[in-house]
Ligand binder design. Sequence first.
Ligand code: PXL
Length: 274
Amino acid sequence: MTYLTTAPRPAITLTIAGSEATGGAGAQADLKTFQELNTYGIVALTCIVSFDPKNNWNHRFVPVDTQVIADQLEAIQGCYNGSLDTVKLGMMGSPTTIDTVAGALKKQPWKNVVLDPVLICKGQEPGHALDTDQALKSNLLPLATFVTPNHFEAEQLSGLSINSENDLIAAAKKIHEDSGVVVLAKGGVRIAGEDAVDVFYDGHTLEVLREKKIGDVAVSGAGCSLAAAVTAELAKGASPLEAARTAKTFVTAGIRNRVAGATPFDALWQGGRR
Ligand code: PXL
């Protein structure tokens, strides 16, 4: 990247993710998080999700054509050759998209590859995405340095059932042992108790990150923003544990100051810390 002024140079952060039209989740949440945390955000779109207000806000999902995904990544990697070393992977939506993204990632070295292993979104049935689950495990997890599964995704990746904080710890350890990747497993509102707990494990340090729950209903964009915040902090040079702690604080403030619309769930506000 060529810089035209002497102003501080932003770290560059790329998200490869889907658009969620109402702005709560996906690439929109990632870009807002990158901006808020002072990194230069870039997006390659994998799919477009438009909830349907006429049909209970169900997901309408359109994949971006494989060639168009490859073209976006060619443009981005060509443009920032040498200064792009940090990427977040969000919703892929299909095994074909995963293959295309994995192919592009392998064309260059990376310092940080943060995988948010999005399988299903709020309101979708589990079981919807088992082929995507397999492709994520075999093609993207091996390229990742950091993974941020939610409750359901942690069960899928670990093969364990998670009903308590101790189960979440066991799952985080299992995922790390199987993959070698730093794990931040998110309990969110799904584990009983007063606190929203996330478990960090990197093979040496186990830390349970805790904040008082803000209501009992999941907020749209929390998972995306958490992983994007980890990505931004890593790009700026934070350690994985520092990145996880900052991301947890960032997301908690965003949930406290969430934005309500007509959808069944509110959306996190990335400006919540201001
Ligand atoms: O929150 C997961 C998620 C990620 N990415 C996109 C989404 C959703 C959930 O709706 O639509 C594009």
